[in-house]
Design a binder for this molecule. Structure first.
Ligand SMILES: [Zn+2]
Length: 261
């Protein structure tokens, strides 16, 4: 098998890896981790795509994060260039972040930018990488109405999933997977959700450089640490880790359309 683990969401294009990216990637390869590096705005999307072009085991997403770069307006014409690149597997991270945006005017801007990116993903028939924080009701409402319009073309993954199983259920009904981060290694708050996730809609992520799992908590996170997340998912669900690893690989294949095993 080519890969054993999946880090469906990390940020290798960030400056925090500029001094030692080669070593980070070496550890990732030793651990047999497949990684998707995430674009958060136009400059970071460009670096993510370049990185994916240089490395066989890295793929990229392109998009505009709801709260990371509030000056950028999502322009289809700027992102169109990336979609001819076979290393670009998803659109995002895009979505709604009401935790970082308290004003209604700003929230309206987020919804507009989100809808534009959903349409862009549909146009290119790509899945969405969602970033939704304190805004699940609005996100579900938008996705449901787009689903009515576009059907199965609306699909993807809700990243850093730390919400109740009732909320998770709504994503599963829309055929979105949820990826769980390192947070589940140091709190039991989401155990019920992790247990509830259907086998075919569960994924693992680091969100590196953020939110490192135990025993690396407080340090800069990196894709090789996703092993700790997968171990914990298996523990919470009472599943055999080898079976879970295979299942997550299969789910990542289905989501990205890539052959990983
Ligand atoms: Zn992210």
């Amino acid at each position: 098998m080519k890969y054993e683990y999946v880090d469906i969401h990390c940020h290798l294009a960030f400056k925090r890896y500029k001094d030692d990216l080669d070593e980070v990637l070496k550890r990732m390869r030793e651990a047999k981790v497949f990684a998707v590096t995430i674009g958060t705005d136009l400059p970071h999307s460009k670096v993510a795509v370049e990185l994916a072009g240089k490395h066989d085991d890295i793929y990229a997403t392109v998009g505009l994060h709801p709260a990371d770069n509030e000056k950028e307006v999502f322009e289809t014409s700027n992102y169109e260039q990336f979609m001819r690149d076979s290393n670009v597997v998803m659109v995002g991270e895009c979505g709604l972040d009401y935790y970082h945006e308290k004003e209604e005017e700003g929230r309206k801007r987020q919804r507009d930018e989100f809808e534009k990116q959903i349409e862009f993903a549909v146009l290119h028939d790509k899945p969405l990488m969602l970033h939704i924080r304190d805004a699940h009701d609005d996100a579900i409402e938008i996705l449901s109405s787009k689903k009515k319009e576009h059907g199965e073309k609306i699909r993807g993954n809700s990243h850093f999933f730390t919400a109740s199983k009732e909320i998770a259920k709504k994503y599963y009904e829309l055929n979105f997977s949820t990826s769980f981060p390192g947070v589940i290694t140091f709190t039991k708050d989401y155990d019920e959700t992790v247990k509830y996730a259907p086998s075919d809609l569960i994924l693992s992520e680091t969100d590196a450089p953020y939110a490192a799992p135990v025993p690396y908590r407080g340090k800069r996170n990196e894709p090789s640490y996703v092993i700790e997340v997968v171990k914990r998912i298996a523990e919470i669900r009472g599943e055999n880790i080898e079976d879970l690893k295979r299942q997550i690989l299969e789910n990542a294949e289905k989501l990205t359309g890539l052959r990983l095993s």
